[in-house]
Design a protein around this ligand. Sequence first.
Ligand SMILES: [Zn+2]
Length: 154
Amino acid sequence: MSDCCSTNNKSSTNQQNLSCPTCHEKGKSVDTITLKSLLKPDAMKRLDSSHNYQFCRTADCPVVYFCKSVSFRQDEIVVLVFQKENLPSTPVCYCFGFDRKALVNDVNQNGKSSIQEKIKQYVKDKKCACEIRNPQGSCCLGNISQVVNQSKVL
Ligand SMILES: [Zn+2]
């Protein structure tokens, strides 16, 4: 398990990270299956599956996915994107349906996050499907920690 500390050598950088056409920040590679499961029908018609897509994490940028020739915005995605929409009803965990409000209430009531513990268990049991449910295409636990830590400060 100590191998996880050696990921500093950034082996993933040979997957070229393009810059977002709108905010010019570097994107994060996302599998096409994530777009296929989360794009609205009209956006699906514009999808060119021969391209590699990137996810834009910039909060105030309307672009969610992009490649060299096409981009897709928040209003073309079937769910609200955690990084883009700072609403109480914005999902944080897409697999098990916990939003910001649920997490904040949980921390306020219990002094810690019981939801976070539950999600960790669900993930351990391999019940999650982040690559097809979470717009970022990867596990939500980092975002959960972020919201939990913010709630504790309040
Ligand atoms: Zn952007």
